[in-house]
Design a protein around this ligand. Structure first.
Ligand code: ADP
Length: 625
C-alpha cells in the first residue's frame, strides 16, 4: 500500500514539534497512556450497557515494556481499538484537537512556548521516536490493521492480525544526541518515574515487567535477577476517596511526599463542588513558611489535574497572591488535556474554580479563627505578614477578602485580636480604632502616647510589623471606623477643661515655645504644650500623612529620604522638667538650647528612632550632669 500524506496541518505541527526545543519530552508517555485509558473507558461503557458482553475489571489494563536491544518502547492497551477508518481519521489528522488552531493564532509571536503545556496527543510520540507503529483491532470486528509512520513524510496502513481487541503502539526510540538523552526512555526507573509523576491516578492498572534481584536459593551470598509484573500507578487518587475513609495520617503522608515538606500540614482542606463547575480540591496550609517562600524562585500555584491526569504542575491562576503559601491540587473533568498554558489563562471554568477556591480558603480561615484559635495564631505567626501585604498590594482591592483575617496585638486582651473583635469591644463613645506603632509589644506599651490613650479606657492595637500601618492606610476604614494613630496630632481626647488650660499655658509660654522651636530648627515643625502626657516629660507626635513609623520603613527604600514625617515636640506642663525649662528661659538661654536638644533626642529614642548626632547628645548630657 502506498504512503499517504498527513493532512497538511498535521504535517506542520509534526515538524514544529519534532524540531522545537521542547523541554518536557517525557510527556509523550502521559499522552499515550491517557489515550489508552480513554480507549478502555469506551469499551468499559459499552460493556456496561450491553448484557451480552461481560468483562472483569482485571481484563482492562495498560502495559508498558521496553526493549533496549531493539530500542523499542511498547504501550499496549485492552481498550476498544480502532477500525481502519478510525485509524486514518484519528491518526492522519490533528486538526480536531484544536492544537493547530492555537498554533496559527500564535504564529506571529515567536517566543511563545507553543508546545509548552500542551496536551499534544498521539503525535508527541515523534518527539522521542523515529518510527511509530500502531497495531489495532476494533472490539467487535475481526480485522486488524497496522499503521506506521516515520514522521512528517506520511504514513501507511496495512492489514494484519491481532488476537484480541485493543491497541499496541511501538516506538522506535531515537538515538542519543549531544543535547538529548533518549536512552533513558528505555530505562525501567525512568519509565516508572514518568508514570508515577503524570499518570499515577489513571483508573486502570499500568503494568510493567520489572527486573528485581534476590539472593539465590542455593547460595544466599549471590544474587540473581528475576522479573516480576508490577503495577506502577496507585489508581485511585486520594482526593477522590471518601473523606470518612481517610485518616489524618493519609493526608499528612500524601502532603509530605508530594510537596516535599518534613512537617505535617497545619491544616488540610479537602473539598469538592458540583454544579456550574465540578472539581475536587485538596489543599494544605503548611505549618511553616516554605524555605524558599521569600525568594524569586518560589512559584505559587496548585497542581491541575484533568480526571486524574496531571496537566500542570503549578497552576498559578488558581491561587491569589495573598494565598500563595497554599499547596495542593485541583482535579476537574471540565478541562480537556489539550489545553495550553496560554489558553488556560482565559478559561472560564478555571476562573470559576479559582473564585470558589478563594472563597473556600477564606471561610476555612474564618472558621479557624472562631473554632481553633490556637491553630490560627500559629498560622498567623507564619503567614500573617503575607496576608497584610495582600491588603497593601494592588491598591487595597482585596481588602474585603482579607480584612477579617488579619490580627494585631491588643492592649486590653494582651493577645492577638481581629478587627471585628476589637470593634466588638469598643467603648460606647469611641469613634475610631486606636493603634500605636513600634518595634515590639513591650516598647509600644511604654510609649507616652499609649499611656495617654489607655488612661481614657480605650483599647489600642499594637503595630509591630513594617507592613501594618501601610496596610491599614490602604484599607482606610474597617467597617465604618477610621484608624487613628495614638501619635497623631489630632487625637482629640482632651476634655474641654484640659483644652482651656492648654490654651492658657500656650498663651503664657508663647515666647518660650518660640525659642524652643527656633533652637530645634527644622527638626520639629512645632513645639507645643500638651495635656496628653502623664508621667513623661516629652514626646514626639506627628502631623500629616506620613507617620514616624512609616518614615522608618520608607528610609530603607531607595527613595526613602524623600519621605519625612512632620514632627511635633510635645511638652508636659505638669512635669518638673517644664518648670526647669521655664526658669532657664529667664536665666540661661545657652543652657536651655542644650536641654532642648537632649529632650528632643530622648523623645526620638522613646519612639525607637536613633538620635541625630550621638556624639553631641552624649556631650550635652555629660555637660549637664
Ligand atoms: P486526542 O486524544 O486529544 O483526541 P490524539 O492525537 O491523542 O488526540 O488521539 C487522536 C484520537 O485517536 C483519539 O481521540 C482516539 O480516538 C484515537 N486513539 C488514540 N490512541 C488510541 C488508542 N490507544 N486506542 C484507541 N483509540 C486511540
Amino acid at each position: 500500500m502506498s504512503k499517504k500524506q498527513f493532512k497538511s496541518e498535521s504535517k506542520k505541527l509534526l515538524d514544529m514539534m519534532i524540531n522545537s526545543i521542547y523541554t518536557h519530552k517525557e510527556i509523550f508517555l502521559r499522552e499515550l497512556i491517557s489515550n489508552a485509558s480513554d480507549a478502555i473507558d469506551k469499551l468499559y461503557y459499552i460493556s456496561l450497557s450491553d448484557e451480552n458482553i461481560s468483562f472483569n475489571r482485571e481484563d482492562f489494563y495498560i502495559r508498558v515494556s521496553a526493549d533496549k536491544d531493539s530500542r523499542t518502547l511498547t504501550i499496549t492497551d485492552t481498550g476498544i481499538g480502532m477500525t481502519k477508518e478510525e485509524l486514518e481519521d484519528n491518526l492522519g489528522t490533528i486538526a480536531k484537537s484544536g492544537s493547530l488552531a492555537f498554533k496559527s493564532e500564535n504564529e506571529a509571536k515567536e517566543d511563545v512556548d507553543i508546545i509548552g503545556q500542551f496536551g499534544v496527543g498521539f503525535y508527541s510520540a515523534f518527539m522521542v521516536a523515529d518510527k511509530v507503529t500502531v497495531t489495532t483491532k476494533r472490539f467487535g470486528t475481526d480485522d486488524a490493521f497496522v499503521w506506521e509512520s516515520e514522521g512528517a513524510d506520511g504514513y501507511t496502513v496495512n492489514e494484519t492480525t491481532k488476537d484480541s481487541a485493543g491497541t499496541e503502539i511501538v516506538l522506535k526510540i531515537k538515538e542519543n544526541t549531544e543535547e538529548e538523552n533518549y536512552d533513558e526512555f528505555l530505562e525501567q526507573y525512568k519509565l516508572k518515574g514518568i508514570v508515577k509523576k503524570y499518570s499515577d491516578y489513571i483508573r486502570y492498572p499500568i503494568k510493567m515487567m520489572v527486573s528485581k534481584s534476590r539472593p539465590k536459593e542455593d547460595n544466599k551470598e549471590e544474587y540473581e535477577t528475576y522479573f516480576e509484573d508490577e503495577i506502577l500507578n496507585s489508581m485511585v487518587p486520594l482526593w477522590k476517596k471518601n473523606k470518612n475513609e481517610l485518616k489524618d495520617e493519609d493526608y499528612n503522608n500524601f502532603y509530605k511526599e508530594k510537596f516535599f515538606d518534613f512537617s505535617d500540614p497545619a491544616k488540610v482542606i479537602h473539598t469538592s463542588a458540583d454544579g456550574s463547575v465540578s472539581y475536587n480540591a485538596l489543599m494544605f496550609v503548611p505549618s511553616r513558611t516554605p524555605y524558599d517562600f521569600y525568594t524569586k524562585e518560589y512559584e505559587k500555584g496548585l497542581q491541575l489535574y484533568s480526571n486524574g491526569v496531571l496537566i500542570m504542575e503549578k497552576c498559578g491562576d488558581l491561587l491569589p497572591d495573598y494565598f500563595s503559601f497554599i499547596k495542593g491540587l485541583v482535579d476537574t473533568p471540565d478541562l480537556s488535556l489539550n489545553i495550553s498554558r496560554e489558553l488556560l489563562q482565559h478559561d472560564r471554568q478555571l476562573k470559576l474554580i479559582a473564585q470558589r477556591i478563594e472563597k473556600k480558603l477564606k471561610s476555612e480561615f474564618l472558621s479557624m479563627i472562631k473554632n481553633d484559635r490556637e491553630k490560627y495564631n500559629e498560622f498567623f505567626a507564619q503567614f500573617g505578614r503575607h496576608l497584610k501585604y495582600g491588603i497593601y498590594a494592588d491598591f487595597g482591592q482585596h481588602k474585603e477578602v482579607l480584612e477579617d483575617l488579619i490580627m494585631f496585638y491588643s492592649s486590653k486582651e494582651k493577645a492577638m485580636s481581629t478587627l471585628e473583635e476589637y470593634v466588638g469591644r469598643m467603648l460606647p463613645d469611641q469613634k475610631v480604632i486606636y493603634y500605636a506603632c513600634g518595634e515590639n509589644v513591650d516598647r509600644i506599651a511604654k510609649l507616652p502616647q499609649v499611656e495617654a490613650v489607655a488612661d481614657k479606657g480605650f483599647e489600642i492595637l499594637y503595630f509591630t510589623e513594617d507592613v501594618d500601618e501601610f496596610a491599614i492606610k490602604m484599607m482606610m476604614k474597617y467597617k465604618e471606623f477610621d484608624f487613628k494613630s495614638v501619635s497623631s496630632d489630632d487625637l482629640d481626647l482632651k476634655t474641654d477643661e484640659e483644652k482651656k488650660q492648654e490654651e492658657e499655658l500656650k498663651e503664657e509660654s508663647k515666647d518660650l515655645l518660640e525659642f524652643l522651636k527656633e533652637s530645634l530648627g527644622d527638626k520639629a515643625k512645632e513645639v507645643i504644650i500638651s495635656k496628653r502626657l502623664k508621667s513623661h516629660p516629652v514626646c514626639i507626635t506627628n502631623a500629616g500623612e506620613i507617620s514616624i513609623e512609616m518614615e522608618k520603613v520608607l528610609k530603607a527604600s531607595p527613595e526613602g529620604n524623600n519621605f519625612k514625617a512632620e514632627r511635633i515636640l510635645e511638652i508636659n506642663p505638669d512635669h518638673a522638667v517644664f518648670a526647669t525649662i521655664k526658669k532657664l528661659f529667664e536665666t540661661d538661654k545657652e543652657k536651655l538650647k542644650k536641654y532642648t536638644s537632649v529632650l528632643y533626642n530622648s523623645a526620638l529614642l522613646i519612639e525607637g528612632l536613633s538620635v541625630e548626632d550621638p556624639v553631641e547628645f552624649s556631650n550635652n548630657i555629660c555637660e549637664l550632669i
